[in-house]
Design a protein. Structure first.
Length: 103
């Protein structure tokens, strides 16, 4: 019997962002863990300074990846052969590959 049979996986909840308990207003925590989820599959925690992007971009990354995959699966219609659209699609696919460790 697998761990999934013993402990069914629940839907992942969105990652949360909170200010760290320090005197530095640029120090944040990004966390995601809920009761009943497989620790190694659903747990995420990172803290520190997040530079110009801010912690919310990092927290949104899983949702952004899912949206990019859905958009790519639908297929982009480019009837005029626009170079801008072609470049955007290439960037989209490169971002997916990077997030999946394929680049």
């Amino acid at each position: 019997m697998s761990k999934v049979d013993l402990f069914p996986v629940k839907e992942a909840e969105p990652l949360t962002v909170r200010l760290a308990d320090t005197d530095d207003p640029r120090h944040f925590w990004i966390e995601g863990m809920s009761e009943g989820r497989h620790f190694e599959d659903r747990y995420f925690c990172v803290s520190g300074h997040f530079g110009n992007y801010g912690p919310y971009v990092f927290a949104a990354a899983p949702d952004l990846l899912e949206a990019l995959k859905e958009l790519d699966a639908v297929g982009v219609i480019n009837p005029t052969g626009s170079r801008k659209v072609s470049k955007a699609v290439a960037k989209l696919r490169a971002a997916i590959a990077k997030a999946e460790g394929r680049s």
